[in-house]
Design a protein around this ligand. Structure first.
Ligand code: BG6
Length: 481
């Protein structure tokens, strides 16, 4: 029997709030860039009145933890309120230790004092996930705990199943939270709300009306100082298997019967169960020129820093609608967008000699750096006799909806409350690995591209007959019609 049938899979919500949070990997990059500032905002909202314990191998103490946490929060541009910081800092403690040594967990236990329901957040290398949970278990710390595990959960289908089988010996499924920060982004979750809280989109959301869907995750920065991590992972495992697959899940799912985790996850799982395993011919890999000079990258590395894929979902709703995906580093722009491209109307009524063909309608979800939704539709061009012209309807979420929570603020807050809605289930993770199995086994060649471009030319060929890639937009005010 596989892990999925031996362990109880239930993501139902429990109501007990954790009474301490323990960060394994407190001296790491993720803690510095995302976690401390997220915890600060949770404190600011009065949602984190509990001990905050940092654990790391680094030679830190309580004061170093506080000093580095404060510097990390300030580096994000957050203005610190001194009274909030004082209360947060007083509750911060550091435990130095090696995750492979039992005495580390004894010290964590000591630091936890009278806490009965700790939350352990493992922002550590994936090879240490199991060791750490085993250490916590041996120290008697897992009974009423929640454990939040960073990505990647496994490195392929088999390893994800195996990791889960081992973790299931130590934890119930409702204690385990597989975190993916894309699921903590308001604009990403909004895809589901946009579709199912409005009446006007869902009737069109199928292969009769939609021609194709594109997702671009473009980053203009390079691998920087993450060479040794990135070279072992590559773009497919770094962002496609997790972040982009979750976006596809939200775009392609059927309506859930309720807005509760089990109902939502069941519909998302269907998407991955209907996803056709991606074939090598539908997969392009690129590597930016200069990647081989990055510190920590192997001299002849064939790791991809760019991927483009064509995904098919063999369901009644999506048969015949390709999903085109591309993601990469050192590209022309930084933006994540999903664009739904509709079919043309059955008759082209409003064209004139010399006018270009009317564009297809587009619904563009901006999922990072400039969150919002944009619709491209046709309107009567006053300069014509009776021809249409594309115009843009735009909503900018920061203007329309106000302040958003940071993704980790949302997700760690949810985990502390026992709310699993925005976390991936084991079956969903396994489904995403299954869809990628063939290209993981046979990755094919890697094509070099110039920094500042949108990846290798081959990626353009794959989408040519669907009108080519639609480039990400700048800020709302710069948007051309
Ligand atoms: C991380 C990846 O999970 O997501 C990074 O490891 C990537 O390589 C990052 O840059 C992108 O996140 P965001 O929120 O900036 O789009």
């Amino acid at each position: 029997m596989t892990a999925t049938t031996t362990a109880q899979e239930s993501s139902s919500e429990t109501t007990t709030k954790n009474d301490a949070i323990v960060l394994f990997g407190a001296s790491g990059d993720l803690a510095k860039k995302m976690t401390f500032v997220s915890l600060y905002h949770l404190c600011r909202r009065n949602l984190l009145n509990m001990p905050i314990i940092g654990v790391a191998f680094s030679d830190w103490d309580d004061e170093t933890l506080r000093k580095n946490a404060r510097a990390a929060i300030e580096a994000t541009g957050t203005e610190i309120d001194e009274s909030i910081w004082k209360s947060m800092a007083e509750r911060m403690h550091f435990v130095q230790g090696d995750y492979t040594k039992p005495d580390t967990y004894e010290r964590v236990k000591e630091a936890l004092g009278s806490s009965k329901f700790p939350l352990f957040y493992l922002e550590i290398p994936p090879g240490l996930f199991l060791t750490t949970v085993q250490g916590l278990h041996q120290a008697g710390l897992t009974k009423d705990a929640r454990v939040v595990i960073e990505k990647p959960f496994g490195h392929d289908y088999e390893s994800a199943v195996e990791l889960y089988a081992e973790l299931s010996k130590l934890l119930n499924d409702d204690q385990l939270y597989r975190i993916d920060h894309y699921l903590g982004k308001n604009a990403v979750q909004d895809i589901m709300v946009w579709r199912f809280a409005n009446r006007m989109f869902e009737p069109l959301w199928n292969n009769a009306n939609i021609e194709s869907i594109q997702i671009t995750m473009s980053e203009s920065f390079d691998v920087s100082d993450r060479g040794s991590f990135y070279d072992k992972v590559g773009a497919l495992k770094d962002v496609i298997q997790n972040h982009i697959m979750q976006v596809i899940g939200l775009l392609a799912m059927d309506p859930p019967s309720k807005s509760e985790p089990d109902a939502i996850h069941a519909q998302q799982l269907e998407v991955f169960q209907s996803m056709r395993p991606i074939q090598t011919e539908d997969y392009v890999r690129g590597q930016y020129e200069g990647y081989l000079d990055v510190d920590g990258v192997a001299p002849n590395s064939e790791t991809e820093t760019f991927v483009a894929l064509k995904v098919h979902i063999d369901s009644w709703r999506w048969a015949g609608v390709p999903f085109f995906i591309r993601a990469g580093k050192n590209l022309a722009d930084t933006a994540t967008e999903a664009i739904v491209v509709f079919r043309r109307p059955p008759l082209r009524l409003f064209t004139e000699t010399g006018c270009p063909d009317p564009e297809r309608n587009q619904l563009r979800f901006r999922l990072g750096h400039n969150d919002g939704v944009q619709m491209k539709v046709q309107a009567l061009d006053p300069a014509s006799k009776m021809a249409s012209k594309a115009v843009v309807l735009n909503v900018d979420f920061s203007e329309a909806l106000g302040e958003e929570k940071l993704p980790y603020e949302q997700l760690l807050g949810d985990a502390l409350d026992g709310n699993a809605t925005r976390f991936a289930t084991q079956k969903i993770i396994e489904g995403t690995w299954t869809a990628l199995a063939r290209v993981l086994d046979n990755p094919g060649p890697v094509h070099v591209y110039k920094p500042g471009t949108m990846g290798p030319d081959l990626a353009d060929k794959m989408i040519k007959e669907y009108g080519g890639w639609i480039e990400p937009m700048g800020p709302a005010s710069d948007m051309p019609a």
